[in-house]
Design a protein around this ligand. Structure first.
Ligand SMILES: Nc1ncnc2c1ncn2[C@@H]1O[C@H](COP(=O)(O)OP(=O)(O)O)[C@@H](O)[C@H]1O
Ligand SMILES: [Mg+2]
Length: 225
């Protein structure tokens, strides 16, 4: 019990120190090692911590698929909108809502709609021009298709924002983190940090935080539990 309290205190302090650096950025592009790893879960909590530091945080989810108007409060865009600074109109957070729970370009194709990286980038860049911190969540992982003419990686490149990589903290995640970081580097983008998100109980003896820190130069954090 004492040990876990100690770890938690240390993790909170590390998170706090890291956020001091993050607060100086124009924003970030939040990606994951996969879909369902906690981009939104971790993202909204980081937005709240940044806001507490006085950062004006503007959320963007430029496209969301699997959209259901009758369950709007379950959407990523809603969760991000209510976690941003001040009132964030949902149509500005997410101007492209697609019904089918598929990759955005496939869902758009089936609805007879167009979806281009330049259009998605435009809705994210306007807060950056206004000197605010833009929190952009992609869809899926870094190489998941995002528009008819590009992947999440292409939007990240068009924006030129540092990348925040979220991974579930589980056995096997080191491979996924290293592979994703490799392509982020290939795209010549900065890495704001890697956040390990403990969704499920840890496998006894597992320590992905220490193992990744030994391998990487970029900030690696584990969400405090
Ligand atoms: N640390 C956590 N503890 C408990 N549940 C979590 C945690 N992180 C994510 N979840 C849950 O896991 C699911 C996937 O997380 P989400 O943030 O939506 O992933 P992504 O945005 O990467 O698709 C959601 O139901 C979310 O509430
Ligand atoms: Mg999400």
């Amino acid at each position: 019990m004492k040990l876990s309290l100690l770890n938690s205190r240390q993790a909170i302090d590390e998170l706090d120190q890291w956020l001091e650096q993050v607060a100086t950025l124009p924003g970030w592009f939040v990606t994951g090692t996969d879909t369902g790893v906690g981009k939104t879960w971790v993202g909204v909590r980081l937005m709240q911590l940044l806001r507490r530091r006085g950062v004006r945080v503007i959320p963007r989810k430029p496209v969301e698929s699997g959209w259901q108007d009758e369950q709007v409060t379950e959407t990523d865009s809603w969760r991000l909108a209510v976690s941003g600074s001040g009132f964030q109109p949902l149509h500005e957070v997410c101007p492209n809502r697609l019904l089918r729970p598929l990759s955005p370009p496939r869902a758009a194709l089936l609805e007879g709609r167009e979806l281009q990286i330049a259009g998605l980038a435009a809705v994210c860049l306007e807060p950056v021009r206004a000197g605010q911190f833009v929190h952009v969540e992609g869809a899926g992982g870094f190489y998941s298709p995002l528009a008819m003419d590009g992947l999440n990686a292409d939007l990240a490149q068009a924006l030129g924002l540092p990348v925040l990589l979220v991974s579930e903290d589980r056995v096997g995640c080191i491979n996924h983190v290293l592979l994703t970081l490799e392509v982020i580097r290939q795209r010549e983008l900065e890495v704001a940090g890697v956040v390990l998100n403990p969704i499920r109980a840890a496998t006894p003896g597992m320590d992905n935080l220490q193992d990744l820190r030994a391998l990487l130069q970029v900030p690696v954090l584990r969400w405090p539990v």
